[in-house]
Design a protein around this ligand. Structure first.
Ligand code: F3S
Length: 402
């Protein structure tokens, strides 16, 4: 790779061992993808997991003197103040959570602890070159905002945060952003949940293509949450950090532009029936439940308002946790939704991911969620989930079964 003089200084250790480690990683990554040079990034987002490997990497950089030159926003780990009041964690698990907060603070990160930075707080503009990790955020910044990010890991995004650069390959080039696969959608998705099912269905079938969606029955423009859920599930069941929707997303005003004049490598059509079958295939059968978990990705303020409407006058009979950003929670506090939601027995919690040890007391029981991504991660930890749209999740919470 061609490196500038300053990049050579970072690589040879003149800027300290922490920056050198980051640079070694970026050069290795660039070589693996045949990048010829580095480019500056103007924003970063690090999908810290609160798990040992990610925290170790951040400590390695910080203890070697590295500091963020493009301060990253951060993914959630878990809210130690709230959740230790409700659930048991081991001293080791608590220590790791506190170490994670401390080390990201020391590196100079913006401690948002939220997996939807692209909706508030870290919003790139069209054409901006950025390094975003987090499987729901990367498709959004690429597809909906038209910024340019590869499918970064927490490790590579943090390396970009402390060096200010990323290898030039992949989705930083316009030609790699062209659609490669046509998805004809006969289905008529209504709420974000339906868009999530569509994303899961298509991601599983297209793998690592750039799908272009052509909707036959689109009712108005999709909401930010719908587009977020589409990308989150595409990039969980598949490896899809970029999609296009004809007439909706900025790099797809029509088929000729979206595909760059090329023929798609394949095509697929999706009906409402396909999505119903997808839900049945993913979801556990019903029964008594011990948890309702929403907010994977983190619920927006608009989703909290909808939840408030659905819960009005109801009382839930099982633990009901809603993961959200600190910003959305504060808005809900000021505007009144928070108090009403909590009066039903449901609880909001900021800064927290569904894939954390604080949730282990529910393992073995049956949960309900509106997110296939939540189901995917929690089932790996030993808790089966029923997936249903939000209204049905609320009904299940009231009855204690589904
Ligand atoms: Fe967010 Fe964790 Fe889900 S980071 S998208 S709540 S897996």
């Amino acid at each position: 790779m061609r490196l500038s003089d300053e990049q050579k200084r970072m690589y040879d250790g003149s800027r300290g061992p922490g920056v050198q480690k980051a640079m070694e990683l970026l050069v290795a990554l660039g070589k693996a993808f045949d990048a010829e040079e580095m480019i500056p990034v103007s924003r970063t987002h690090v999908a810290l997991s609160g798990q040992e490997g990610d925290t170790y990497w951040c400590e390695l950089l910080v203890n070697g003197g590295a500091r963020a030159v493009v301060p990253p926003t951060t993914n959630p780990a878990w809210d130690t103040q709230t959740l230790t009041r409700h659930y048991d964690v081991t001293p080791g698990e608590l220590d790791l959570a506190l170490r994670t907060v401390d080390v990201y603070r020391r590196i100079g990160a913006v401690l948002t602890f939220c997996c939807t930075p692209e909706l508030a707080g870290n919003v790139p503009t069209f054409g901006e070159h950025v390094a975003f990790s987090e499987s729901s955020a990367t498709p959004y910044v690429n597809s909906v905002l038209g910024a340019r990010s590869n499918r970064e890991s927490s490790v590579s995004a943090l390396a970009s945060a402390v060096t200010g650069i990323t290898p030039l390959y992949g989705l930083h080039f316009r030609e790699n952003r062209l659609g490669t696969f046509l998805v004809d959608v006969e289905a008529a998705p209504k709420e974000a949940y339906d868009w999530g099912l569509l994303g899961w269905y298509v991601g599983k079938r297209v793998g690592a293509q750039v799908p272009v969606f052509r909707f036959r029955n689109l009712q108005g423009r999709p909401s930010p949450e719908a587009l977020l859920y589409l990308g989150a599930e595409l990039n969980t069941s598949g490896a899809v950090p970029l999609y296009h929707i004809l007439g909706v997303t900025p790099e797809a005003p029509d088929e000729a532009v979206a595909f760059g004049g090329h023929k798609p490598a394949g095509s697929l059509s999706v009906t409402d029936r396909n999505l119903e079958e997808q839900e049945a295939e993913l979801s556990e059968k019903g029964g008594k439940i011990n948890l309702v978990m929403l907010g994977c990705p983190h619920y927006s303020y608009a989703q909290l308002r909808e939840l408030d409407r659905l819960l009005a006058g109801r009382t839930v009979s099982v633990p009901f946790w809603v993961l959200t950003s600190g910003d959305a929670m504060e808005l809900a506090r000021r505007s009144g939704e928070l108090a009403r939601i909590e009066a039903s027995g449901a609880r909001l919690v900021p800064d927290t991911c569904i894939d954390e040890p604080c949730w282990k007391s529910f393992e073995g029981g049956l949960g309900v969620t509106d997110s296939p991504k939540c189901m995917y991660y929690r089932e790996r930890r030993g808790q089966p989930f029923v997936i249903r749209r939000l209204g049905e999740c609320v009904e299940a919470a009231v009855k204690g079964e589904i």
